[in-house]
Ligand binder design. Sequence first.
Ligand SMILES: [Zn+2]
Length: 460
Amino acid sequence: MPDPSDRDRAISLARALAGDAAFRDALADLIAFPTDASQPDAPLQAYLRHVAHGFLAMGFTTQGYITEGRPFLVASRIEDKTRPTVLGYAHGDTVPGMAGRWAHGRDPWRLSEDADSGHWYGRGIADNKGQMLVNMTAMQAVLSARGRLGFNAHVIIEMGEEIGSPGLRRLCERLKPDLAADLLVASDGPRLDAASPTIFLGARGGASFRLCLKRREGGRHSGNFGGALRNPALELAHALATITTAQGALQVKGWLPDAVPDAARAALAGLTPAGGEIDPDWGAQGLTPAERIHAWNSAEILAFGAGMIAHPVNAIPDMAEAVVQLRYVPGIDDRDLGAALRAHLDAHGFGDVTITPEGPSFRASATPVDHPAARFAAASLGQSHGAAPVVLPSLGGSLPNDIFTELLGLPTIWVPHSYPGCCQHAPNEHLPKALLIQATGLMAGLYWDLGLASKSDLGL
Ligand SMILES: [Zn+2]
């Protein structure tokens, strides 16, 4: 019989490792690579070579790949083919450093510490370098405590997540037979709040559309023509107003799910999302704010333009345009979301408004809240933390999760180690040191338990 105190020892070791100067140094080394995904000369391959050393030291084999011009690393440790195989995922690229805009003159590519708050600063610490290091350190603790993981592991690290994950889908298609995993356990994105260990099981999808209404070439004098010429700005405003109610509840038929599943509703009961920055009366009626973000669909106007807003002139603008975005959970037919919007606008008499897809889109995908693997992970985190973790049916934002659920056919368990106030994608990106230590302990507990799990425990 496994000795339960061994589990505790693995967790204590993980926490000790994360609290050690060597962890801080390792994190500083990762942050020191200016891996801004938008820069053609960013040291993406050098970063992966550096990370590969860490995996090799833990008895993994590593293989580099280039797909669609982007480098990838796959690290693998096969212990016993009869044991479950866990796929991990992380990204080493970041958004731009935004040097010069950080408080106290902080260098984005240098780990720095605020002694008063206990926050560690650096570009990528939250998104996603620190989260990867937490998981690697937790694996290291389990390997030290047990001598093996107890499961087989593959970890994919990509370097283009911030620009839409080019090549990730093709790489996974190509490696599908070799990766042959049973479930995904990975870390990215924020917890519900800093103090609440969280699991999310997928991500909302996102699709944006540019709506344009052009009536003529050039403006017309608003006095000489006003009242007898169509104003595209007014018309588009009316068209946009049909997309939601005046309280923000989505109205486009093909964009609406049927219902919040009971298991999702139960998981979200009592949760306050978005760090509490919510308008309680905004959005779908009859749903809680947590259900609106994590189990329902929403449409936003991201941008809206007509005329010259900085210097209005006495003219009826010739055109107006807006960018509308849908965020959606699994359960709607998303093969042609533009057609659903087209039908909606046509039905409301706005057939002249053109619709074109704008920017990258992400498909919604999520593992059901009542999947055995989800329950297993929640129980593990609960045992380590002493209280049940937050379980979110979907992250509000988007991730390329459908590559794992649909292409690779895996249940997906995300255990995020960041929090809503971390300033990812902005100056002053940081994480509390205490969160990193706690998260490393939780992951050690989860990896420990996976090393004992049977495939049927995980619903496989
Ligand atoms: Zn990001």
